[in-house]
Structure formats: C-alpha cells, structure tokens
Design a protein around this ligand. Structure first.
Ligand SMILES: Nc1ncnc2c1ncn2[C@@H]1O[C@H](COP(=O)(O)OP(=O)(O)O)[C@@H](O)[C@H]1O
Ligand SMILES: [Mg+2]
Length: 383
C-alpha cells in the first residue's frame, strides 16, 4: 500500500496543498512551527479517522475557516483507493472510502496500518497508564476488527456504572441500587473478558518483537522487559465487581476493570520510569514504536506506513545509524520472536528542521522526495 497523493484544504495551518509522493521515502523540511507535523497528522488522520495530537476535530480546521478536508489517494496492487475526511465547524465529521460514507468510523481502522514515532510521544513511557492502554488498543484494533466495538461498548457501560455510583455516593446503598449495578456489570463482564484476553494475547506475542528491536537499537547488553498488568490476574470475573461494589459505592467510581490496565517497562529488573537514563527512555520509545510496526506487519501481512516526526536531531548518531539500517533493510531477523521479516515497512514520511540530516538518509534511499514547508505552504524541493 502506497499513498500516491495527499490533498489538504484548511488543515491546521495549511490552507491548501496537493502533494504527489515518492513510493518509498518522503521528507518534509522546514523551521519550527511551519506545518511539518501537521502534514504527518493529516496522513495519520486518514488511517485513524482522527488527529494524533488534537483531541477535538474542530481544532484541526484552520483558524477562521468553516471547514477542512483531507484526502489521500492510495494504491495497492495497481488499484486506486481514495479516502476523504471532511470536517465542518459545528457539523458531523464525514469519512469516506471511495464515494461511500462510513456508518461506523471504527470499521475503517486497520485498513491503512500506520505507526507514528514522535518525541511528543515520550509520555507513553513516563506518563499515566491511559496513554499505554491507548497504545495497546490502537495496535490490537489494527488487526482484530471485533476489538474496538467491544471496547467502545465496555467504556459506555463503565460510564453509566460510574454515573450511577456517583449519584449513589452520598446516599446509603441499598439492595435496590445493587440490583441496578448488577445489570451494568452483567453486560460489562463478557466485554471485559474479551478485552482482557485480547490484551493478554497481544502482549505475550508483542514482547519478543519489542525485546529484539530494543536489542538491535541499543546493541544488546541491556536486560529490557515489558509486562502486562491487569487486576484480572488477581480477581477473576465475574466476582471482581461484586467484591468491590461496596468500595466503589463509597468512592463513586469503578475501581476495578480493563480501564486500570497498564504496561510496565523495566531494565535490569527496575522500572524504566524510575531508573532509566534519558537515552534509555528514548530507546524504549523508539523500540516500542518500531516493534509495533514490525509486529503489525507480521500480524496483518500489510506493512504499515511509518511517520518519523523530528526524531533525528534528538538521537545520538549511533541510534540514528541503527534506526536507518533497520527501516531500510530488506530483511530483519528477530531471534526472540523467531521471525524473519521481509520489507516490513511500507512508505516512510519524515520531518526534520535540517536538510543535512535528510541528506544523510539520501545515501540509504535512492529516491527520497523532499518537500519544503514554510508557513503552511508546501513546495516540492527540486534541487
Ligand atoms: N487549527 C489551526 N489553524 C491555524 N494554525 C494552526 C492550527 N493548528 C495548529 N496551527 C499552527 O500550526 C503550527 C504548528 O505546526 P507544526 O506542524 O506543529 O509545525 P512544525 O513544522 O514545527 O512541525 C503552529 O504555528 C500552530 O499555531
Ligand atoms: Mg513538528
């Protein structure tokens, strides 16, 4: 799968752009604040139906404008596929495959696998657990079409249970209230089980990819681990909510469930969050995202698009070298995962403030196409 063309109208600071991409590698160069990340974000939006960075769709519409449009023309096995997203102030988002609107946006996820590596993403290692659950969820939903609907459903029921708990928090809990909670719990239970099993299986399959990638990037030697943490390892369904119901009534929210899951990174037996150096944290982030791409490629047979946002000026030259070697090699051997992957990355889009960094890439790639981004105006660099 290749993106042949990208058409933008009023997307963030980009008034209009019509870009024709190279099949393998495309680079966006420009000073800070010019719109490089916004272009990558538009490509991200075509895969995930929403921005990677803006929580609200309306924040993606250029200030002062009423609507925005992002359109990608993809090509697979000689066939062309057009994906269009239209955003309107105060209106509903339109998302189209060809000339057909999606009824459910979640049906689109997985069609165009993509991995974004961005320094803004460092929170995935350092911040709270919700961002790591998002990582798990967005990976699984790219290969398991039943996962996202189950998760959405679970989250809706969880919200309903929470608002009931909140209403009841002041009052004395009676058996009648218990009955109402039980109704939610009974509906949540099979969903929670499905989510738990999917996450457990995912992490067990994914960890070898992560370890191998980390080992390649760091030249081995560090004993890195990744593990799935869930309350459902200690408390089995369906009793979990029954056991904690009294406590939840006092708290006013649901204290046990899939919404508390986490991933734990450790090096040499210690949590990365607590003891790792800046360099180790960066390597962890890079390894996590690259191994996500490798894993998805292996899982789906569809090599994902790779978006590399400003990562070259933040890494030491050794890691840049390892990274370049990895994303350009035809085959990657993963001993722990016991897999050899052939051309696991699809088209690559990267950004940098410095053209010289990109020229270093140029020696690895025969045909890199460079675009200059300046104040939201994107032009092909023909030099
Ligand atoms: N909805 C919007 N309308 C207009 N400008 C926007 C909008 N959202 C973000 N921007 C602008 O986009 C610029 C940042 O672009 P970005 O792609 O992050 O730059 P960089 O080239 O550094 O990656 C900022 O100047 C920001 O104000
Ligand atoms: Mg940027």
């Amino acid at each position: 799968m290749i993106i042949k063309e990208l058409h933008l109208l009023n997307y963030k600071n980009i008034p209009e752009a019509h870009l024709h991409f190279a099949d393998r590698l495309n680079g966006f160069v420009g000073l800070n604040g010019q719109g490089k990340t916004n272009v990558l974000d538009a490509i991200y939006l075509l895969s995930f139906t929403k921005s990677a960075f803006s929580l609200q769709d309306r924040d993606c519409i250029r200030h002062g404008e009423q609507m925005a449009m992002v359109q990608g023309v993809y090509e697979k096995d000689g066939e062309s596929l057009t994906i269009t997203c239209g955003l309107r102030q105060g209106g509903k988002k339109q998302f189209r495959k060809g000339d057909k609107n999606y009824q459910r946006l979640s049906d689109h996820i997985g069609l165009l696998p993509l991995v974004l590596i961005s320094p803004q993403d460092i929170g995935i290692i350092l911040d709270g657990s919700d961002i790591r659950r998002k990582f798990i969820d967005s990976t699984i939903s790219q290969y398991d079409p039943t996962y996202l609907p189950a998760l959405t459903n679970y989250n809706q029921l969880l919200q309903q249970r929470n608002s009931l708990l909140k209403q009841l928090a002041d009052k004395d809990a009676t058996a009648a209230f218990d009955d109402m909670l039980v109704v939610y719990e009974q509906q949540m239970q099979p969903l929670a089980l499905q989510i738990f099993e999917a996450r457990r299986l995912f992490v067990s399959q994914f960890v070898p990819f992560f370890i191998d990638t980390y080992t390649i990037l760091s030249n081995g030697g560090e004993n890195v681990r990744l593990s799935y943490q869930s309350q459902f390892f200690d408390r089995s369904l369906p009793d979990a909510w029954q056991q904690t119901r009294q406590r939840d009534l006092i708290l006013g929210w649901t204290s046990v469930g899939c919404h508390k899951d986490d991933l734990l990174f450790s090096i040499g037996g210690y949590a990365v969050k607590q003891v790792a150096s800046q360099g180790q944290i960066k390597t962890c982030l890079l390894a996590l995202r690259l191994s996500q791409a490798l894993f998805l490629s292996n899982q789906t047979g569809l090599p994902p698009f790779l978006l590399l946002d400003d990562i070259f000026d933040r890494l030491d030259s050794h890691r840049v070298k390892q990274l370049i070697e990895m994303v350009t090699s035809e085959t990657i051997e993963l001993p722990t995962a016991q897999t050899v992957l052939h051309s696991p990355f699809s088209q690559i889009f990267l950004t940098d403030t410095d053209i010289h960094h990109l020229h270093r890439w140029d020696s690895s790639f025969a045909a890199m196409k460079t675009f200059v981004v300046n104040g939201g105006i994107i032009t092909e660099d023909n030099q």
